[in-house]
Design a protein around this ligand. Structure first.
Ligand code: ME8
Length: 531
C-alpha cells in the first residue's frame, strides 16, 4: 500500500467571550464533513478547531462577572468543546491560545519575525472595532459612520506605540500569488473567486504595515519579550494557532494546511496578513483559504436583540426534533458556501427534511428493504448478471460509479459539498425511477418472475450501498444504521475512532453478498408532520 496522503484542515478558532452559535457550528461541521470524506478515502487527516482567548472583550466579559479572564475562557472553551463533541465533530485536536504549548511557539515565531527584519517599532493611531479586535482604515470608518459594520457598536479612537510588521513589503508577492502565479516556489489560493477578487482589489489600493502588538491589555495576552507594557496583538497570536498546533516532531508533516475554512468577516487576516507572515518566516503557505458567507435567520441578520439567534438551545431543538444528521444535512446543503448568505428558517428546514431525507433517501431504502422482506424472506436475492444490473441502473440515471475518484475528489477539493450531495441524491432518485419503470411489486405477483424481481432488488440495494458511502461524511449516524441493515457493519468498524476507509474499493459495483439479511426497522427519517 502507498503511504496515505496527509490532509490538514482548520476552522477559525472562536472567541470565548460567549457561547457557540449556529455560525460556529456551521464552519466546524463543513470542515468535519471534508475531514470525514478524506478519512473515507484513506488519507491521513488532521482536523483542527479551537478557541481564541486573548481578546480584550474576553477580559471585559470576565471583569463584568468578577472572575479572571482565564476562568471565563475556561468556561466558554469547555462549552465549545462539549458542543462539538456532542454534535459529532471529529476534530483531532482542540487548540486554546491560552495553552503553554501555543504561547511558547508564538514567542518563537515573533522572535523569527524580529530576526527577519520585518518588525519595527512605530506609533499607531486609528479607529478600533473592539468586537472584531481590529483597526478599521480611515476611509472605511467614515463609510461605516464610525460604527462597527458587524455589531453596530461605536468605533473607538486609539493611539499606541506598537511593533509593526512590514506588510507593505509583501504587496507584490501577495498580488502575484493571488493572481495564480508561483512565487519563490510557493502557491496560495483564496476562494470563492469573487472574494479573491475583492482581496486583490484592496491590495492594489496599497498595503500599510500592521501592528502586531497592543498596549494596555491588563495582563491578558502573550507579553512581548522585554516589553511588559505590550502583548502580542490577539489576531497575530490567533493566526499562529494553525502552525503552533502541528509544530511538533510527530505532526510537522501536516504543514502546510490544505484548507483554512473561515467566513468572509475574517478573510483579510487569512488572505493577506497570514501568508505574508509565513513568507517572512520562510514557511510554506496553506493551499487554500475558503471564505464562506453568513447565516441569517428568518430573513434577518442574527442578533440577540431581535431574538432570532440560532443559539445552543435552538440547535438542540432541531437535533431533538429531526436528528443530528438532519441538522448536518441542512447545514451542508442549504448553507452559505459561496458568496450568498443563507436563511436559517424553520419552514425551509422542514421542507428539505421531508423532501430529501424522509421522501427520497428514507423512503427509497424502505421500499428496497420491504420488498426484500416480502418476496425473499428478508435475504438479499441473487442476481444472475452484476454488470448488466449496473448498466440497467445507469440507463435510469444512476451515475455514481463512473465518476467516483477523480471528479468527486475535485468537487470535495473545491468544497463543493452541495454539488457532491446533489449528485448522490440524483442517483437515489434514479433508483426510485428504476423501481417505477421495472415495477417489481407487480412482477412479483407471478412466481415465474421472481428471478427478475431478485435482480432488480439486488441492483437497488447495491446502488443504495454505494450512495450511502458517499453520504456518510454528512450523516454518519444514520448511514451507519443503514449499513447495519444491509450487513455492512465492517465499514462502521473501519471508520471508528477516525480510522481510514477505502473509498475506491468500497464503491466498486457488486459487493453485497446474496443471502445477506436485509433488516427493515423503523424509518430512518420519519416524515415530519407540521402541526
Ligand atoms: O473571528 N454565519 O472568532 P469568532 C456563518 N477569533 N458563520 C459564522 C457566522 C454566521 N452568521 N457567525 C460566525 C473570530 N461564523 C476570531 C477568528 S481565526 C485565527 C480567529 C463563524 O468567534 C465563521 O467561521 O467571531 C466566522 O469566520 C467565525 O465564526 C468567527 O468566529
Amino acid at each position: 500500500m502507498s503511504t496515505p496522503q496527509k490532509f490538514y484542515i482548520t476552522t477559525p478558532i472562536y472567541y470565548v467571550n460567549d457561547r457557540p452559535h449556529i455560525g460556529h457550528l456551521y464552519s466546524t461541521t463543513i470542515a468535519d464533513i471534508v475531514a470525514r470524506y478524506h478519512r473515507l478515502r484513506g488519507d491521513d487527516v488532521f482536523f483542527l478547531t479551537g478557541t481564541d482567548e486573548h481578546a480584550a472583550k474576553v477580559a471585559d466579559a470576565a471583569a463584568e462577572r468578577g472572575i479572571t479572564p482565564l476562568e471565563w475562557a475556561d468556561q466558554n472553551a469547555k462549552a465549545f468543546q462539549d458542543t462539538f463533541a456532542r454534535l459529532g465533530i471529529t476534530n483531532n485536536d482542540f487548540i486554546r491560545t491560552s495553552q503553554d504549548r501555543h504561547k511558547e511557539k508564538v514567542l518563537q515565531y515573533i522572535r523569527g519575525l524580529i530576526e527577519s527584519q520585518d518588525v519595527y517599532v512605530g506609533q499607531y493611531e486609528g479607529w478600533y472595532d473592539t468586537g472584531q479586535e481590529e483597526y478599521v482604515p480611515e476611509n472605511k470608518a467614515n463609510e461605516y459612520e464610525f460604527k462597527s459594520p458587524i455589531n453596530g457598536k461605536p468605533l473607538v479612537r486609539k493611539a499606541e506605540k506598537n511593533d509593526f510588521f512590514r506588510l507593505s513589503k509583501y504587496q507584490d508577492k501577495l498580488l502575484a500569488l493571488l493572481q495564480g502565479q508561483e512565487v519563490d516556489g510557493r502557491r496560495f489560493d483564496v476562494q470563492p473567486e469573487a472574494r479573491k477578487n475583492e482581496v486583490i482589489a484592496r491590495i492594489k489600493e496599497g498595503l500599510n504595515d500592521v501592528p502586531i502588538s497592543r498596549t494596555g491589555s491588563r495582563g491578558w495576552g502573550i507579553p512581548i519579550p522585554n516589553d511588559p507594557d505590550q502583548t502580542i496583538y490577539v489576531w497575530i497570536d490567533a493566526l499562529f494557532n494553525y502552525l503552533s498546533t502541528v509544530d511538533t516532531d510527530s505532526r510537522r508533516g501536516y504543514w502546510p494546511a490544505q484548507v483554512h475554512l473561515i467566513a468572509k468577516d475574517i478573510l483579510w487576516f487569512h488572505a493577506v496578513i497570514w501568508p505574508a507572515m509565513l513568507m517572512a518566516l520562510d514557511k510554506p503557505l496553506p493551499a487554500l483559504v475558503y471564505a464562506h458567507s453568513f447565516w441569517i435567520s428568518e430573513g434577518q441578520k442574527m442578533s440577540k436583540s431581535l431574538g432570532n439567534f440560532i443559539d445552543l438551545e435552538k440547535i438542540d431543538h432541531y437535533v431533538a426534533t429531526f436528528s443530528l444528521d438532519a441538522l448536518r444535512y441542512f447545514l451542508a446543503t442549504a448553507g452559505p458556501m459561496g458568496t450568498t448568505d443563507s436563511d436559517f428558517a424553520e419552514a425551509k428546514f422542514i421542507d428539505v427534511y421531508n423532501s430529501d431525507l424522509a421522501n427520497t433517501l428514507g423512503n427509497c431504502f424502505s421500499r428496497i428493504s420491504n420488498m426484500t422482506n416480502r418476496y425473499f424472506g428478508g435475504k438479499l436475492p441473487k442476481t444472475p448478471d452484476n454488470d448488466r444490473g449496473l448498466i440497467l441502473l445507469q440507463e435510469h440515471g444512476f451515475s455514481l460509479t463512473p465518476m467516483l475518484s477523480d471528479e468527486r475528489n475535485a468537487k470535495i477539493k473545491a468544497l463543493n459539498i452541495v454539488g457532491h450531495t446533489n449528485e448522490v441524491f440524483a442517483s437515489i432518485r434514479a433508483i426510485d425511477q428504476y423501481i417505477e419503470k421495472t415495477q417489481p411489486f407487480k412482477l412479483a405477483k407471478d412466481p415465474a418472475n421472481l428471478p427478475e424481481v431478485g435482480t432488480i432488488l439486488y441492483n437497488c440495494a447495491e446502488a443504495m450501498r454505494i450512495a450511502s458511502i458517499l453520504l456518510w461524511p454528512i450523516m454518519p449516524t444514520k448511514i451507519e444504521q443503514l449499513w447495519h441493515r444491509i450487513g455492512c457493519d465492517h465499514y462502521t468498524q473501519a471508520l471508528a475512532n477516525n480510522g481510514p476507509g477505502d473509498l475506491n474499493a468500497w464503491t466498486q459495483w457488486g459487493q453485497l453478498q446474496p443471502g445477506t439479511p436485509i433488516l427493515q426497522g423503523d424509518p430512518l427519517f420519519p416524515r415530519h408532520q407540521v402541526k
